[in-house]
Design a protein around this ligand. Structure first.
Ligand code: ADP
Ligand code: MG
Length: 624
């Protein structure tokens, strides 16, 4: 791909339309990458030192905003105005993060627990989307400085477990940063791509992506087939990562100095030096067996063996999560073809060795583990730009999408694990005569009752012309675009009235809940089926009761008094039966009613047809 530099003087905008950049918007660090001479590369900062941009935003005096290394320096000096880990807040409500609020050194608030969180800095309130946009803008500037041309199109990665709200928030952040986000890609998919896995459509593979970053751990099991990356399962720990390794070393250093944790709090600058030394020690121990450093003029020595002993339980926790992920995917460790290492913390030899032993095979680790996701994003971007012919890569929906139907039942329209993008629809009708408005409530999840699933949003289709129940034809379409963003469109086909929404966040969901939803659907399958059966029987009975009343009214002149009375009795019996929790009781009452009324209905029909042929009106109260 040829990059043509621009001449700003004559106002031309250059050929940036050819270039789509790849961005890893991480919890701890973010990176930007692009394809240079057919090779994905991450972009270094102006100082040429590092490809990592710490995902930290500092709000200084005079409206000064810094991102990255400069902001990181403010973490201890000016904690209230230094925002880190904003990724943890994306698409979340206050309720979602209430329990972990103590983790953040800055102020998170919301007046309404159901709505999305905001961060307070000085007198201003920032949404996680705005804060992420600052990081994305810094990445945009970084690559524009290197390429000497504007870029406006990007692919951004997100964890595989991110839900629609979190993905939408990420997209919005891109837009706010002046980026046209062409695709949101799952991080494990990007990591696999960086290693060229999945680029051969003929090859089918089962891979595990082990991602241990600064503060989070994710394990994803992916099935790759014909260019489709299917997430079979995800697992992990949202509070386990390199930061915990740092804390382990801090404890060791304090022990050697004969100090306690209080010393860190008492003297902030001492605390900061110990923390910096801890991370430095950890990184050094990834390459050598011993490390010697000084703090406050005193020498400390830490051996790799001692460090490993300390963090062994943490590593074990990641392996337990791997076990769970495999179980959820219904696979075993030896069925995994490839294991990809992602995240700076996988540089720790103990981590690498433990994972390799667990899966019983060497791991993919020759690329920079903190760069692989960004590199893969650049490759995905290149594919989207059409530079790698005949390749079409797709992710899939992690949970089913559907709407609520009568009785609170979930009607799935796009099943879980469907290919993305996707479009599916179904026709519905009204259950009440003359119904003018219809509420369409959209849910995500696997359970049969919507109350157990997650509500994504709702809207009302208004202006349906009054018609008897069952006559309106309401077509509902689910359009899931390539980023997993959902548009729901409802249209009454007879009148053409139409309404649609792009799913907007109502409230968030945390990762555990997401995984739990899948597990619940399995453990409650039996019970759910029973409930669904009962509700469906009740719905059928209710429709029949309405039809029965109408039948009596319309055929008043045709039916004998005896027939009318018998039908009424059976209708009352059916109404009584709907109160039962045994679906068979309801089905039985339905059957008895149907058996009795079917011949009557046939006769009524014949009479009506005859009458119609002779131009007579036999309906209703007018009588004979
Ligand atoms: P995230 O995905 O959460 O943004 P990264 O993948 O960038 O995070 O990982 C950051 C973590 O990796 C930090 O805890 C950092 O200390 C750790 N790390 C980086 N290099 C090394 C190394 N050589 N040895 C051990 N840990 C490392
Ligand atoms: Mg990461």
């Amino acid at each position: 791909m040829a990059l043509i530099s621009i001449n700003l003087q004559d106002g031309s905008v250059g050929k940036d339309q050819d270039l789509i950049i790849g961005i890893d918007l991480g919890t701890t660090n973010s990176l930007v990458a692009y394809m240079k001479d057919g090779q994905a590369v991450c972009v270094k900062g102006g100082d040429g030192k590092s490809t990592l941009v710490p995902s930290i935003v500092h709000f200084g005096p005079d409206n000064r905003i810094d991102v990255g290394d400069i902001a990181k320096e403010q973490l201890v000096k000016d904690p209230g105005n230094t925002i880190y880990s904003v990724k943890r807040l994306m698409g979340k409500s206050y309720k979602d993060i209430e329990e972990i609020q103590g983790y953040f050194g800055y102020k998170i608030l919301d007046d309404d627990t159901e709505s999305l969180v905001k961060v307070r800095v000085k007198d201003r309130y920032y949404t996680p989307v705005e804060l992420s946009a600052h990081i994305l803008r810094a990445l945009k500037v970084r690559i524009e400085d290197v390429l000497k041309m504007p870029v406006s199109r990007a692919v951004i990665t997100v964890p595989a477990y991110f839900n629609d709200n979190q993905r939408q928030a990420t997209r919005d952040a891109g837009k706010l940063a002046g980026l046209d986000v062409l695709r949101i890609v799952n991080e494990p998919t990007a990591a696999a791509l960086a290693y060229g896995i999945g680029l051969d459509p003929a090859q089918s593979e089962l891979i595990a992506v082990y991602d241990l970053g600064g503060g989070t751990f994710d394990i994803s099991i992916l099935q790759i087939q014909e260019g489709v990356f299917e997430v079979l399962s995800t697992n992990g720990d949202t509070f386990l990562g390199g930061d915990d390794f740092d804390r382990a070393i801090t404890t060791m250093i304090l022990e050697q100095l004969g100090l306690t944790e209080e010393a860190l709090v008492a003297d902030k600058s001492f605390g900061q030096s110990v923390r910096l030394l801890s991370e430095e020690t950890k990184k050094a121990l990834s390459a050598s067996a011993h490390f010697e450093g000084t703090v406050n003029g005193k020498k400390v020595t830490i051996s790799r063996a001692a460090f490993e002993k300390k963090v062994q339980p943490l590593v074990q926790r990641t392996l337990d999560a791997c076990k769970n992920a495999l179980a959820d995917a219904g696979r075993t460790a030896d069925q995994i073809d490839k294991v990809v290492m992602v995240g700076g913390s996988t540089r720790v030899p103990l981590v690498k060795d433990s994972v390799s032993t667990f899966f019983g095979k060497p791991v993919y680790d020759n690329l920079n583990p903190d760069e692989v996701v960004a590199l893969g994003a650049a490759i995905q971007a290149d594919i989207l730009a059409g530079n790698q012919k005949d390749l079409l890569l797709l992710d899939v929906t992690p949970l089913s999408l559907g709407i609520e139907t009568v009785g609170g039942l979930m009607d799935t329209i796009i099943p879980r694990n469907s290919k993305v993008p996707n479009k599916a629809g179904r026709q519905y009708t009204t259950s009440v005569d003359g119904q003018k408005n219809l509420k369409i409530a959209v849910y995500q999840g696997e359970r049969d009752l919507v109350e157990h699933n997650r509500k994504l949003g709702e809207f009302i289709l208004r202006g349906i012309p009054p018609m008897p129940a069952g006559l309106p034809k309401i077509d509902i379409q689910f359009i899931l675009n390539a980023d997993g963003i959902l548009t729901v469109r409802a249209r009454e086909l007879r009148s053409g009235v139409e309404q649609q929404i792009d799913i907007r966040p109502t409230y968030g969901i945390n990762e555990e809940e997401m995984a739990q939803m899948l597990l619940d659907s399995i453990s409650h399958a039996q019970e759910d089926m029973a409930v669904r059966g009962l509700l469906e029987a009740r719905n059928e009975a209710r429709n029949l009761l309405l039809a029965g009343d109408k039948f009596l009214e319309q055929n008043n002149a045709i039916l004998s008094e005896e027939e009318k009375a018998a039908t009424k009795d059976l209708l009352i019996a059916l109404e009584e039966a709907t109160k039962s929790t045994d679906k068979d009781v309801i089905h039985h009452a339905i059957e008895v009613l149907n058996t009795y009324t079917t011949p009557l209905a046939h006769r009524a029909m014949d009479v009506t047809i005859q009458a119609a042929m002779h131009g007579k009106d036999v309906s209703g109260e007018t009588g004979a």
